[in-house]
Design a binder for this molecule. Structure first.
Ligand SMILES: *Cc1c(COP(=O)(O)O)cnc(C)c1O
Length: 295
């Protein structure tokens, strides 16, 4: 199994006449370069959960996710690296053929349990899994320990240089970590990739160490979680062409699109220095038809 390469993380300053014209500096923190499958923030979010599991002598980690979940495959890999057993509780009936993501998870030694959508919604853990040896991690790593891990992400860049930090949001765990790690005069803006997920604000607030301000944008979901259209695909290809940075259609593609659009709409004041957190997620692109993306 390929090692995690934290030394590969870079902060790439983008050269783009459009940003220059607006007098905005844009950099990307490349957490996508840590590993081809274990995407950026997932490892960070898992770190302290796994430490606690080991401390408590739990031998098995169980968690939840969908068929293309970055969190599921990252958990499988992280458990393998730490000599722990892993169980994935997967949304929906067992398919005839597993997704590439679930095949990878299985290869990393994860045992898969399929849960119908109704039970999944209630996060009903099958009795066969729940035992004394089992440590349960919430879906997407949501929780204080996840946020605590995510707050170490900014140690991989010169964080004081930036006026704005932008990230994509699923559960909001990473965003909470970033807000906790940022200073009062930095603005953290999160782009929600779910449609109308207005519980987010409360969910993020409950993970904060202090009463900090942050911004949420709900307008760049492209129809909802993992939904996309031609405009998004065209943009992802164009962004790759311009900046040589690959992105995924569930999170980072929508994030880059949003930041560019917000700059066009003069959301950021002239002179802003923006840091975009690229969390990878590229493995999820394997669910798209071949040839749609140019990388
Ligand atoms: C999981 C993920 C996110 C969102 O992280 P949350 O902490 O759940 O908000 C963003 N980008 C990518 C690529 C991800 O895999």
């Amino acid at each position: 199994m390929e090692e995690l390469a934290f030394q590969n993380i870079t902060t790439d300053l983008l050269t783009d006449p459009f940003f220059e014209e607006k007098n905005i500096e844009v950099s990307v923190l490349r957490l996508d370069k840590i590993h081809p499958v274990i995407s950026g923030n997932k490892w960070f979010k898992l770190k302290f959960y796994l430490e606690e599991a080991v401390q408590k002598n739990k031998r098995t980690i169980a968690t939840f996710g969908g068929a293309w979940s970055n969190h599921i495959v990252a958990t499988a890999a992280a458990c393998k690296m730490n000599g722990l057993k892993s169980v994935g509780i997967i949304r929906g009936e067992e398919p005839q053929e597993l997704s590439q993501t679930l095949k990878d998870a299985k290869e990393y030694g994860m045992e898969l349990f399929f849960l119908n959508r109704r039970d999944y919604k209630k996060k009903k853990v099958p009795d066969t899994i729940l035992n004394e040896e089992c440590y349960l991690i919430p879906e997407g790593g949501y929780g204080k320990k996840g946020a605590e891990g995510a707050s170490t992400i900014l140690n991989y860049c010169n964080k004081d240089h930036f006026t704005h930090i932008c990230c994509a949001i699923g559960t909001g765990t990473m965003m909470a970590g970033l807000v906790n790690a940022s200073s009062e005069d930095q603005e953290v803006t999160g782009i929600s990739v779910l449609k109308n997920n207005f519980e987010l604000e409360e969910k993020i607030h409950s993970l904060l160490n202090r009463d900090s301000r942050f911004c949420l944008d709900h307008t760049y979901h492209f129809g909802g979680y993992a939904k996309y259209n031609q405009e998004l695909i065209r943009f992802i290809n164009e962004w790759y062409h311009l900046h040589h940075i690959p992105s995924d259609f569930v999170y980072s593609g929508k994030l880059f699109f949003a930041v560019r659009d917000l700059i066009a709409n003069e959301y950021f004041p002239s002179g802003s220095k923006i840091l975009i957190i690229h969390c990878g997620g590229l493995q999820g692109n394997r669910s798209l038809a071949k040839g749609l993306l140019i990388f």
